[in-house]
Write a protein of this length. Structure first.
Length: 120
């Protein structure tokens, strides 16, 4: 397994945990890993008229920095642009759109999720 494969697997595990968290909150997962050109949206979920686009950041350690701080202003703009394009392209009905973020740390001790509603 290459380093990229390991990172991709870690990221997929984090996204699965966050998807389960959203489902426990009454959301239905509409899409995962949506490609919009060169951009990607991790999770899109719906609860009634509320559509949530969630960026998931997963790491195996919090030693150097919390995964959430890796979402910079440029990343926020790319996520917003991709979400707008996907929502209008799919003609997804919605009332409110909320952009959330999740920080996941997975290691030998287990998992830790920090979920941020309306993160950006």
């Amino acid at each position: 397994m290459t380093r990229h494969d390991g990172r991709a697997e870690l990221g997929a595990r984090g996204e699965t945990l966050v998807a389960a968290h959203l489902e426990q909150q009454g959301f239905v997962i509409v899409a995962r890993n949506v490609r919009v050109g060169r951009l990607e949206l991790d999770l899109i979920a719906r609860r009634g008229p509320l559509l949530v686009v969630c960026e998931v950041r997963t790491r195996s350690s919090r030693d150097f920095l919390d995964p959430i701080v890796t979402i910079d202003r440029a990343k926020v703009e790319r996520i917003r642009r991709a979400a707008r394009s996907w929502i209008f392209g799919q003609r997804v009905p919605h009332g409110e759109i909320r952009f959330d973020a999740a920080s996941v740390v997975l290691n030998e001790l287990g998992s830790e999720i920090a979920y941020y509603e309306a993160a950006f």
